[in-house]
Write a protein that binds this ligand. Sequence first.
Ligand code: GCO
Length: 498
Amino acid sequence: MSILTRRRLLRRAALSATATAAATGAGLAGTAAASAALAGCDESRDDRPRDPRSQPAPGGALRFPPGFGWGAATSAYQIEGAAKEDGRGESVWDTFSRTPGRVRNGDTGDVAADHYHRYVEDLDLMRELGLGSYRFSISWPRVQADGTGAPNQRGLDFYRRLIDGLHERGIAPMATLFHWDLPQALQDRGGWESRDVAQRFADYADHVFRALGDRVPVWLTINEPKTVVQNGYLHGHHAPGHRDPQAAYLVAHHLQLAHGLAVRALRAAGGDGRIGPAFNLHPCYPADSSPGAAEATRLYDGYENRLYLDSALTGRYPEDVLADLGPDSRMVRGIRDGDLAVISTPVDLVAVQYYTPIYVTAEGGTVRRWPTSEAEWQQIHPDGMYDILTRVTRDYGPIPLTVTENGLPTPDTLADDGTVDDAGRIRFLHDHLAAAHRAMADGVPLESFHVWSLLDNFEWAEGYDQRWGLVYVDYPTQRRIPKRSAHWYRDVIAAGGL
Ligand code: GCO
């Protein structure tokens, strides 16, 4: 399967198959392929969220170990707003979201959940939930408006206040250095296609470590490099909106390189902070029992998972993926001596983000096996959480793991009595936490779990249409209303289990 064929086989495949085929005309079946994939859905195996009255009660059988990190996650561009304040520069997402037709309803992150101004209220919400860990991201263009040079003190001060507020409330900060908001000035210089941007990232990371390194126990380098590769450079429905497979995999290499350089920067800066990558991993299963499906699934898994895991944890890119890309691909030509040693600089933990499995046909297409959430790329399959966690431990050894994202969008509405009943989220989280617990019982060193997301927020190309939060945000007033799932999660945390 060549790289061009691969273009339809990627994350959020059903969503993007039509766009990709339209963009390339590369012999893809396009809409027909997407419909055929959807037709493969086995509706008889329905684990759709069930009757809210049968929700499992907290305090039951599944205990998590003392000290387990009960958390929630967000990212800067999705919640902060304050797009032009305190010296913040433009990011690729400012550019992308302001480009007509790129984001649903023309939504942007200009205001988002206004967290930049309401962070104290949000910290108090976290305390009320009983969170032990909060994963957020630092906005590169707040720290360096154009991605280079001296850091912007006002930008760093915001994160210092946030981090101090977490400590005051007994919540451990977990900071992601890059959650997709590349300074636009760096994009103008080639973005992640430019090897130099990896070095710029290391310099930015160094500034952040020196300013905040004494107060952040866990750092994550790059959030979901795969999504930048696939959504940003293959399908074009995320910033910077390119559709260029050759560029995409060169970008993958540079993102991995940037990760390794940032790990080295933390070590050089000293201190006790731990660091690791944040990968969205997808368990890949053959859609049927044919040998062809097994073979196609293996390569698919290479692109989805091993490309990132192997390079960071074993210092090798998977041979099958390199062979598929070909020796003349921009990525393979872009790998220099010593790069893999940098990329595989030892890390302290690996962050796993799990949302959906993928079922692969002998032709290299995908089929749907489980009901989806409002996000049509997301099949609800809690066992996938067990499978991906146990697989990482089996294949890469007993490195500590954290789940840094897991969640779903639900059609939440604010009722007249002021409540938001998101029963589907409770069922989903219950079942995924139970699967994580099972993985731990089978030896996975999982230390924490973060629900995506703390707050409703800007869901990238979907704008504000999808609500992923434990806490409802009434955007016109910016009022926060904890959903039923927030109350449930609070009780789970208090009970130490399900
Ligand atoms: C991602 C990101 C988050 C998303 C979440 C829901 O995985 O795409 O890390 O920013 O909002 O995953 O799609």
